[in-house]
Design a protein around this ligand. Structure first.
Ligand code: ADP
Ligand code: MG
Length: 254
């Protein structure tokens, strides 16, 4: 049965999408069946996987709002073993439409029930907010992986996220766990990166991954080529680090 892991942080630009694509692709590369569910209306995971949104027949919006089956919205990607449920800008309307809907926080969970047996890992790439879409992800997931960017305001807003996790545990999903905390865009030349790392480790302790993702230009170039880093530049530092992370995540779970 696939483990469902939400990749969440309500801050934008911390590496959620980069981690969704590259962790998922690196886990697929070691022979696991992996699905990424893009639930960010910006659809950066979708385009970053080389999918032209204009060609998308049904997306996660249809799954959440129009009762389309998860299977029907799933497309295979150029990476063997890696599938995707894409998002398009249509999803922007879902936040409001869902606010009126019955069992509005449970839509994604229900949709993924039939998908779970087909995969080893299902990653959900969350939008940069704590609205109803992210609540759907945290309700569907078994755990949440939190990327934290090594910059000055890194920890600001984190208490809000942890508070939301606690609320979800209380009301919607008792067994939700923290899968791990990932430091991203680390720059070892700056004291600030080192300070943030120390603070995050003090707070989250053994839940922080050993693997730290460095700032790496190749990681930021890959999406415009529609490729995960292991395809775009497998020899880059970024590729090596996401492969290490993939091994850590698999080790934690198997
Ligand atoms: P989020 O999904 O949290 O908004 P993204 O993964 O889209 O964040 O990352 C924000 C920006 O930073 C993107 O342009 C991305 O290419 C870039 N980026 C992410 N991780 C790295 C990294 N480790 N090194 C360099 N650039 C990165
Ligand atoms: Mg994103």
């Amino acid at each position: 049965m696939g483990k469902i892991i939400a990749i969440a942080n309500q801050k934008g630009g911390v590496g959620k999408t980069t981690t969704s694509i590259n962790l998922a692709a690196s886990i697929a590369a070691i022979g696991r069946r992996v699905l990424i569910v893009d639930i960010d209306p910006q659809g950066n995971t979708t385009s970053g996987m080389g999918i032209n949104k204009a060609d998308v027949q049904s997306c996660i919006y249809d799954v959440l709002i129009n009762d389309v089956e998860g299977e029907q919205a799933t497309i295979s990607t150029a990476v063997e073993g890696l599938d995707l449920i894409p998002a398009t800008i249509q999803l922007a309307g879902a936040e409001i439409e869902l606010s009126q809907a019955i069992s509005r926080e449970l839509r994604l969970k229900k949709a993924l029930v039939s998908m779970k047996p087909k995969y080893d890992y299902i990653f959900i790439d969350c939008p940069p907010s704590l609205g109803i879409i992210t609540l759907n992800a945290l309700t569907a997931a078994e755990s949440v992986l939190i990327p934290i960017q090594c910059e000055f305001y890194a920890l600001e807003g984190l208490s809000q996220l942890l508070n939301t996790v606690r609320l979800v545990q209380k009301h919607l999903n008792k067994s939700l766990e923290i899968e791990g905390v990932l430091l991203t865009m680390f720059d070892r030349r700056t004291n600030l990166s080192v300070q943030v790392m120390e603070e995050v480790k003090k707070y989250f302790q053994e839940r922080v991954y050993q693997t730290v993702i460095p700032r790496n230009i190749r990681l930021s170039e890959a999406p415009s080529h529609g490729e995960p880093i292991i395809v775009y530049d497998p020899r880059s530092r970024g590729a090596k680090c996401y492969q290490n992370l993939a091994e850590e995540v698999v080790m934690d779970n198997e």
